[in-house]
Design a protein around this ligand. Structure first.
Ligand SMILES: Cc1cc2nc3c(=O)[nH]c(=O)nc-3n(C[C@H](O)[C@H](O)[C@H](O)COP(=O)(O)OP(=O)(O)OC[C@H]3O[C@@H](n4cnc5c(N)ncnc54)[C@H](O)[C@@H]3O)c2cc1C
Ligand code: SF4
Length: 561
């Protein structure tokens, strides 16, 4: 078996997305030598197509059948389209399985430098102590082994670098951050915000997203072209490929090894230490080994846990670092299948095919089960909403000729809101290796067991009902609401299958995402989340990764790792 060129690395980081990018940046800027193993291809500005019209594409972005042949799961989320599909995993080459009665769409599996941050929605929200200590408040599950004050300086640091547009709202349960100026609300968003506050006391705000409204580190402000998921030549949204990873490479201390599919962590059994990683070169399909002093997995929750399960040894027969037996369990995501839409007067706005497109809309802060309020009877925890307004031509207008042309130009102005709700961590939502299926590289794949519980079902119903209530309070017309079962379509925020905690018997990682069992092995993506609050996870993923890297470096200085 080939050994990667005989360079010695301090750290191997597996995965170059939100968490891996930050780990590489933090460690290499401090002088450590890092090998970054990334299963995908290198990303480049040349691949970005945000300004390319569909008529320049071979199939005009109108032939999903072409994409379905290789990416039937990835295609289910609109960001995988003719512009971007070859950034995504080939579902046939790298499958996963589910029990027949529990379908699960594992979407957003990227195979490019930058991982999911190439196509993410960029909504960036802080967690708070109400989230970290939720078990103490309502008795369900476990508290996180850290508090808001532990992570707050890292939120500040990450936000200043990433660039988050947003408005300070002074909410205890959704802390303000280091915001760039907010993108103004549209007229109908302003009406909605004001009336919902006035009549229901709920807070509607400009979405807090990783889109620049001021230049940062040579990245230009957003010019409102719209489709960030196709890349951005001015680097105006946050994508690890052209930010954290680029910074790490610029130090000269980071070696990016692309097309490197990590298979397992290699162990020195006698010393109970990770000694490196075995990976498969996706181009040659040859296995290769690489060694380092420390191994950090940042491959996204399911992918990192798959690596740990595939790394079983005689000492750790049910998966590496799994003396607790909880590795793979407590899979959570977000439910996002309740919401609604309504129409508002256009207030002079005209539909246009060439107008600037805001790449972000509104966010409605959680309003159920807050501190100093009686517990909501129907479910635990809560949800927020993402939403957006639009002013479109009335394509469905009846008639023909001049009358039709006039009616077509009569704008349809609406607001859509979608709930994003916390899924309770449950033992019986879990991943394991499927003993019968391997991917094209010969690596055993995951079997994912995930379904809604009572709490999620009640929450989804409330997402639909409350959407209707708010749209009505705001005076919307033609209100439509929905509340579907969540499975098999989940929000792309999976977390929790190598959970953090102070008790090694009940958890896999400590508060610094270091495995309890093996000192020089860390998992710095969302698999460490002890619970999965309704706020989008990535800002917290990145902030925790920086915090854990600082801990790692201080331990290395003390020779404790
Ligand atoms: C369409 C979409 C919209 C989203 N919107 C939001 C949002 O608005 N707000 C928010 O907070 N979050 C959002 N997310 C989620 C967000 O993108 C993720 O939380 C975040 O990127 C996870 O970071 P990560 O480092 O764990 O993994 P990723 O960013 O996915 O990076 C993992 C990397 O590891 C690589 N990898 C995987 N397996 C291996 C292996 N075996 N060997 C080597 N490399 C491997 C992958 O190729 C990938 O590059 C969205 C995601 C998607 C897909
Ligand atoms: S909308 Fe803004 S951030 Fe998105 S691609 Fe266009 S310029 Fe870049």
């Amino acid at each position: 078996m080939a050994e990667q060129k005989k360079q010695s690395y301090d750290v191997i980081v597996v995965g170059s997305g939100a968490s891996g990018g930050w780990a590489c940046k933090r460690l290499t800027e401090a002088g450590l030598k890092v090998a970054l193993l990334e299963a995908g291809r290198p990303q480049s500005d040349k691949n970005f197509t945000e300004h390319k019209p569909a008529f320049e594409l071979k199939f005009r972005n109108k032939a999903p059948e072409i994409i379905r042949k290789t990416r039937p799961i990835q295609l289910k989320f609109g960001v995988c389209n003719e512009y971007t599909y070859n950034w995504f995993v080939n579902d046939l080459e790298e499958p996963y399985t589910t029990p027949t009665d529990k379908p699960f769409n594992w979407m957003g599996r990227l195979r490019m430098t930058g991982g999911r941050t190439n196509v993410w929605g960029r909504v960036s929200l802080r967690f708070c102590d109400w989230d970290f200590k939720s078990a103490s408040h309502d008795g369900y599950g476990e508290d996180w082994p850290l508090s808001y004050k532990d992570i707050e300086p890292y939120y500040d640091l990450v936000e200043r670098y990433v660039g988050i547009t947003g408005s300070a709202e002074g909410l205890e349960h959704l802390p303000d951050g280091q915001f760039l100026p907010p993108v103004p609300l549209t007229c109908q968003e302003t009406i909605f915000r004001n009336r919902v506050k006035e009549k229901l006391g709920r807070t509607v705000m400009p979405a807090r997203t990783a889109n620049l409204t001021k230049p940062i580190n040579g990245r230009g402000p957003c010019h409102f072209c719209g489709p960030c998921e196709r890349g951005c030549m001015t680097h105006s949204y946050f994508n690890s490929a052209f930010t954290t990873v680029a910074d790490a490479l610029a130090t000269g201390n980071c070696t990016l090894i692309s097309n490197a599919m990590a298979y397992k962590v290699l162990m020195d059994a006698e010393r109970n230490r990770a000694r490196g990683v075995l990976y498969v070169d996706r181009v040659t399909r040859q296995p290769r080994e690489i060694s380092a002093h420390v191994v950090i997995l940042c491959a996204q929750s399911q992918e990192s846990v798959r690596i740990l399960l595939n790394s079983a040894t005689p000492q750790y027969s049910n998966g590496l670092a799994n003396s607790s037996g909880v590795l793979g369990h407590y899979l959570t995501a977000h439910v996002r299948s309740g919401g609604g839409s309504g129409e508002f007067p256009a207030l002079g706005a005209k539909a246009s095919l060439g107008a600037p497109i805001k790449p972000l809309g509104i966010y409605i802060a959680r309003f159920r089960n807050l501190r100093n309020e009686p517990p909501y009877k129907k479910f635990l925890r809560g949800f927020g909403y993402e939403g957006e307004s639009s002013t479109k031509f009335n394509w469905g207008a009846p008639g023909f000729g001049e009358a039709y042309k006039t009616a077509l130009r009569e704008p349809r102005t609406s607001i859509d809101i979608t709930g994003f709700g916390e899924v309770l961590p449950r033992w019986d939502n879990f991943v394991e290796l499927d003993p019968h299926v391997k991917d094209v590289y010969g690596i055993p794949v995951l079997k994912i067991h995930m379904s809604d519980g009572e709490n999620e079902r009640a929450m989804i119903q409330d997402m639909g009902d409350s959407a209707g209530e708010m749209l009505e309070a705001a005076g919307a017309k033609n209100i439509r609401t929905y509340a579907h079962p969540s499975a098999p379509r989940w929000a792309l925020h999976e977390a929790g299958i190598a959970r953090m905690g102070s008790d090694p018997k009940k958890t896999v990682l400590n508060q610094f995402q270091q495995t309890h069992d093996i000192k020089n092995l860390f998992v710095m993506d969302a698999s460490g989340f002890t619970s999965n609050p309704c706020q989008n996870p990535t800002l917290t993923i990145m902030s925790l990764a920086v915090r854990s890297c600082d801990y790692l470096m201080s331990e290395m200085k003390r020779n404790s790792i």
